[in-house]
Design a protein. Structure first.
Length: 280
């Protein structure tokens, strides 16, 4: 409408009036731009309130997996049950399970410097890890990562050069299962700890049989030379690598992955796992 009037006025060479209209239009356009900003601000405010409401609702409708009580920091566990889990007392062993002779003597650890596990492989973590792996309870990956992050903040020295990665599975295993549970936990953990996550530092190129039921020597032989570095430049440029595996038993798999990373130029490696299981 306004453009139509401007065209008509120009046709009549009413320059003054057209200039006045141009100013009006310019003001209109500016106020329109301002209006867009206002709408964006309103939308941002609405979005922030909506996400806050959703976050609060998530906690209202969810309850603790263990006691069905009210949750606070994480929608799947209450603070009481979180505190009640039997964690390793890492502060007593200088935040490194390898300082504990009983553990260092049965874990293969020639190629990494620090081992941090959240808890022994027992309920509830063992049940949650199985449910994640075999029943696709993907929400448990975030819960396990949350528990890890809560404990790891004091134990893990994180610098701007720290890179977190997960022990990979072979592509055939991934195609069968559809996911790598260690990757899911590690990705959420990186987010909680604000660490750079690199899911593709390593690849597993050799199909190995499951480690369960194998002796220590058989486990080492089974995983020997099964990993390759896929991003050599990134590995050589990453002084501190944190390697995540969901469960550590004899350490053979993690140690082999660390050997490959060290050959690729990695400097210091910390192995982190959710649980530590004695070999069966
Ligand atoms: Zn609870």
């Amino acid at each position: 409408m306004e453009f139509h009037r401007l065209g008509s006025l120009l046709h009549r060479r009413d320059i003054d009036q057209s200039k006045h209209l141009q100013q009006q239009l310019s003001t209109g356009i500016k106020s329109s731009a301002y209006g867009q900003k206002s709408w964006l601000s309103l939308f941002a405010l609405f979005y922030a309130r909506l996400t806050n409401e959703l976050h609060q609702t998530k906690h209202k409708v969810s309850c603790c997996l263990l006691c069905q009580g009210t949750t606070q920091q994480h929608p799947l566990i209450c603070p009481h049950c979180q505190a009640d889990i039997q964690y390793f007392e890492l502060e007593k062993i200088d935040h490194n399970l390898l300082h504990w002779p009983a553990i260092a003597s049965h874990i293969n650890h020639q190629h990494f410097e620090q081992l941090i596990c959240l808890a022994p492989h027992q309920w509830p973590l063992s049940t949650w890890l199985s449910a994640l792996k075999y029943q696709q309870r993907f929400e448990l990956a975030d819960l396990i990562a949350f528990l890890l992050a809560s404990r790891l903040k004091a134990s893990l020295h994180v610098s701007s050069n720290t890179v977190l990665t997960a022990v990979p599975i072979h592509i055939e295993r991934w195609q069968e299962r559809g996911f790598n549970q260690s990757h899911l936990i590690a990705k959420a953990l990186a987010n909680y700890l604000s660490i750079t996550y690199q899911p593709m530092l390593l690849a597993k190129e050799k199909v190995t049989q499951p480690q369960v039921g194998l002796s220590g020597a058989e486990r080492r032989k089974n995983v020997k030379n099964s990993f390759v570095v896929t991003q050599p430049k990134l590995v050589s440029m990453s002084p501190d690598i944190v390697l995540f595996d969901d469960v550590i038993t004899t350490g053979s798999t993690a140690n082999e992955a660390c050997k490959t990373l060290k050959l690729g130029g990695a400097n210091k490696i910390t192995v982190v796992s959710a649980t530590l299981a004695p070999p069966s």
